[in-house]
Write a protein of this length. Structure first.
Length: 187
């Protein structure tokens, strides 16, 4: 049996205006499908529109043409998006290439991890937001159990503190950062 189509992009087009008459065609006629559980890579040269496609999928940009279907819902249609807003916000998440630049340096690590749960009003499965954050940090081994411990013993680094800037680069750029786990985005 074929796996469910999670995301379908049909003939996506996005333009950036330069002047009243001149535009840059950032994305032109992109089409693809992503099935549940599938690993998909959008590959291209610098400036080829990969990030623009991702921002269109996440409704950060409104595409000029084409359709974006997430679980069969046309997210480009304002009425369909409004009707499914809560589900769309809970089940889709973007992980930026340089996740360190998206961290708020004034928030503690547990607050960053708990923030999606607080914003989406999701009851943490382990009691409090702080307990859920502690579980997520343990789950992705961000408390220095494996990589961080080795680095600290070799380099003499102090134990990581509660602030994002006190963490190693590995923690900030790991493939599954702990702040993506609590809201349970779908794969």
């Amino acid at each position: 049996m074929a796996e469910e189509i999670l995301l379908e992009i049909q003939d996506l087009t996005h333009l950036f205006p330069l002047t009243k008459r001149a535009v840059v065609r950032a994305v032109d006629g992109v089409s693809f499908q992503v099935r549940r559980g599938e690993i998909f890579g959008l590959v291209g040269e610098s400036g080829s529109g990969k990030s623009t496609v991702a921002r269109c999928v996440m409704n950060l940009y409104r595409p000029r043409g084409g359709r974006i279907l997430y679980k069969g819902i046309d997210v480009c249609d304002p009425a369909a998006f409004r009707a499914n807003r809560r589900m769309l916000q809970r089940t889709r998440q973007m992980i930026f290439q340089d996740s360190g630049s998206s961290l708020n340096q004034r928030m503690r690590v547990w607050e960053i991890i708990a923030e999606p749960l607080r914003i989406q009003r999701i009851a943490p499965p382990r009691g409090s937001l702080r307990e859920e954050a502690a579980f997520q940090m343990h789950y992705v081994r961000s408390e220095g159990r494996r990589v961080g411990k080795e680095c600290r013993s070799r380099c003499g680094w102090p134990s990581p503190g509660p602030w994002p800037w006190s963490r190693s680069c590995w923690w900030r750029t790991s493939p599954s950062p702990p702040w993506t786990c609590p809201s349970r985005p779908r794969s």
